[in-house]
Design a protein around this ligand. Structure first.
Ligand SMILES: [Ca+2]
Ligand SMILES: [Ca+2]
Length: 152
């Protein structure tokens, strides 16, 4: 009887460990595969900046996929920039402020013309904000934003 209880406890602990391990993997999911060449390029040139979130899409409408990267720059500051794939030659855009927590990156061609727009949302201490960006001449232009200053 006692042995059965101990076995049950061991089983519960092991289950918790496995579940805990799984959620850890989920949390560290940055949105693209770790061997993404644009991600590797970013990491190589920005070794001090931990990558938080990525999204892979053709940003400049030239039929090559580009990589939006949100990364940490200091204890309380995140930034975003984009690795543009110019037919195999990678270039960075400038950088803009990015949300502190719960970052999401989505794409939508909001004006139905030319290149796709980037919708970034996130929060800081429960304050939620979002912004719509477009890349023009390797600069990230903020087309529309709401409460971004509260979450960045
Ligand atoms: Ca492209
Ligand atoms: Ca557009």
């Amino acid at each position: 009887m006692t042995k059965k209880i101990i076995l049950n406890i061991v089983f519960i602990i092991m289950t918790l460990m496995i579940l805990g391990g799984c959620s850890e993997i989920k949390e560290s999911d940055i949105g693209v595969k770790e061997d993404n060449p644009l991600l590797n390029y970013f990491e190589q040139l920005n070794p001090d900046n931990k990558v938080i979130k990525c999204a892979y899409e053709d940003i400049d409408n030239n039929n090559t996929k580009d990589l939006v990267v949100i990364y940490n720059v200091s204890r309380n500051k995140n930034k975003m920039k984009i690795v543009i794939d110019k037919d195999g030659k990678y270039e960075f855009t400038d950088e803009v402020d990015a949300p502190r927590e719960n970052q999401t990156i989505k794409f939508k061609n909001i004006d139905d013309k030319d290149q796709i727009e980037i919708i970034v949302s996130g929060s800081k201490n429960g304050a939620v904000g979002y912004a719509i960006f477009r890349v023009v001449d390797m600069k990230i232009i903020n087309l529309f934003g709401q409460d971004m200053e509260d979450c960045c």
